[in-house]
Design a binder for this molecule. Structure first.
Ligand code: 8YV
Length: 325
């Protein structure tokens, strides 16, 4: 008999079919813990696959046979990894397939914020472009400015590559360890957080959300940035204290922000961020291209097949649980 799994996101039909070849698939559009059909399916599920939702102890108690979870994302802050470890449930994610796309999004946020692209495009659409433009339409340069990267992982590296080779930008980074490849390839300079904040024209956050990174950028840190500095966040919203950021943008403590992630998503329609002309707010589109979202779903499907057939080679967050005792 095929193992039973719960799929909690709609995925392309060919990928759905691939899952069906290996598993009895119980498909749902989302992970709504109140849904009785989902509760019933979880009783038998050996695997789950999807994105979003909160997978904590309470959830896991509803899934007594679970052996593997496959998330269609690189970030896994919505999982209680300790609770998974305690139950020896493997957690799989999709780290490489989205790297370049998210790095593109980060460059886009830098360009859009610095050159005010969204704001002026809206003015053109509103019919305000009546004569050749004056300084009130101008932005600031991106090329050759200093970029400071918080989170020199795969995405940070892909961003550094674009910034260094494409835009001639000096690269600073803050990390616990020296990143030799970044230093050799992009002449990146490792520095402490305060130095990075003080010297960067663009402070780019590509950090995952953990207990250590929660609100790592708050009022004190924003005050250390240049007045002309631009904050870019495409990691996770709660890495930045959003109330402090709003204040800094309103007071002119920093020049602008380009944000793909927020403390609460979707962003509340009455968020003060939406009233600020110096904010570019995107709806968490970091990896949202047809190609990359397909690639992520395919990777997650392969990950689940690999883990439930005992052939995992990569992409496991907690490989220690796979070892036989
Ligand atoms: C996905 C992301 O947006 O991979 C991540 O961690 O933040 C995004 O690429 C998101 O999880 C929806 O699938």
């Amino acid at each position: 008999m095929k193992p039973s799994i719960v799929l909690y996101k709609s995925i392309p039909p060919d990928l759905h079919a691939r899952l069906e070849q290996h598993f009895t698939v119980h498909a749902f559009d989302e992970l709504n813990p109140e849904n009785p059909a989902l509760k019933q399916a979880l009783q038998q599920a050996e695997g789950i696959i999807g994105s979003g939702g909160k997978i904590d102890n309470a959830f896991l108690q509803q899934a007594p046979k679970l052996r593997a979870a496959s998330t269609i994302a690189v970030g896994y802050d919505n999982f209680d990894v300790e609770a998974l470890n305690a139950r020896r449930i493997a957690l799989m994610h999709t780290p490489t397939v989205l790297t370049e796309t998210v790095a593109d999004t980060l460059m886009g946020l830098m360009l859009a914020s610095a050159r005010r692209m969204i704001e002026v495009a809206e003015r053109v659409k509103a019919g305000e472009w009546q004569e050749s433009i004056g300084p009130e339409w101008y932005g600031v340069d991106v090329h050759h400015k200093t970029i400071g990267i918080l989170g020199m992982g795969r995405i940070g590296m892909a961003l550094a590559q674009r910034a260094h080779f494409g835009f001639g930008m000096p690269v600073l980074y803050n990390a616990r360890r020296v990143h030799q490849e970044a230093e050799q390839r992009f002449s990146a300079r490792r520095c402490d957080l305060d130095t990075l904040l003080a010297e960067s024209d663009f402070v780019c956050i590509v950090l995952p959300l953990t207990d250590e990174t929660f609100h790592i950028i708050g009022r004190e840190q924003l005050a250390k940035m240049k007045k002309s500095g631009i904050l870019i966040n495409a990691g996770r919203g709660p890495v930045v204290d959003e109330a402090a950021l709003i204040e800094a943008l309103q007071n002119g403590t920093i020049h602008a922000a380009g944000l793909d992630v927020f403390e609460q998503e979707p962003l509340a329609v009455n968020s003060p961020l939406l009233k600020l002309p110096n904010v570019v707010a995107l709806p968490h589109i970091g990896s949202a291209t047809h190609e990359t979202r397909y690639g992520m779903a395919a990777c997650a499907v392969d990950n689940l097949i690999a883990v439930l057939t005992g052939t995992v080679k990569e992409n496991c967050v907690n490989p220690q649980v796979l070892k036989t005792a």
